[in-house]
Design a protein around this ligand. Sequence first.
Ligand SMILES: C[S@@+](CC[C@H](N)C(=O)[O-])C[C@H]1O[C@@H](n2cnc3c(N)ncnc32)[C@H](O)[C@@H]1O
Length: 249
Amino acid sequence: MWDVVFNRWLVFAFALHSRSEAELAQRPLHPCDPNDRGVIVDLFWVIMKPYYDDGNGIVIYHGDCREILPRLPKVDLVLTDPPYGIGKAEWDNEYPAWFTNLAFSISNAVGIMPGLWSLPSCIRSMNEKYKWVLCGYNKNGMTHGAIGFNNWIPCVVGGTIKNGGQDAMSFSIGRETKLNHPSPKPLPFMIWLVNRLSDKDMVVLDPFMGSGTTLRAAKDLHRKAIGIEIEEKYCEIAAKRMRQEVLSL
Ligand SMILES: C[S@@+](CC[C@H](N)C(=O)[O-])C[C@H]1O[C@@H](n2cnc3c(N)ncnc32)[C@H](O)[C@@H]1O
């Protein structure tokens, strides 16, 4: 049976590679393969069509990160804000402690914002890869969580990280456009994190993308970025944000 499968695969791969240069040029480039001529990458594109692709390294997938993430090539940084497990929305029943291993399977550098309630669980899940906590302090607003009101956003960092050391920054919430998502992260905080944890042209992955704040920060800082989101309505919000011009930071 396997020889039949292999033969079919070869025919399929050959057909893909027999396409003309014009056809290949039409196809969006994969952010992790600038030459984008490999058979594996071809198959990847046939099997998983992105929800949004700006043709410049910003890609969004609509679906469950448990299914999509294992099919992606390695990235330079996973930076994400998973459900906190505090019942803020129907998807927010449980903090996904399983996610840490999945994140390290695709990147050596990982930053996770677990909220204050799930902070111990997140740190424990990193085991010996845990490095330190970066923090955002909201000067003019508070959020309500499982342990009451607070204005701190922790980001647990693990693996091989570009810049060392724990640190904090403060931000104020301005009159940003309402995003129609229950828990968007503040853009200034995400810009600070992306800048600290990655370099220009690196690929940043956010598998719980929500309204796309990580991708927006990555785009403004000239990184490539991949977002995965299970709710189509949030994919649309994120895609709309990606269509806006790059800010000069
Ligand atoms: C805390 S929110 C992220 C908010 C985001 N940082 C922002 O700025 O908008 C978590 C997101 O993860 C999504 N989500 C939950 N489970 C998921 C899964 N298994 N795969 C992909 N997305 C998921 C939810 O729909 C939600 O939008």
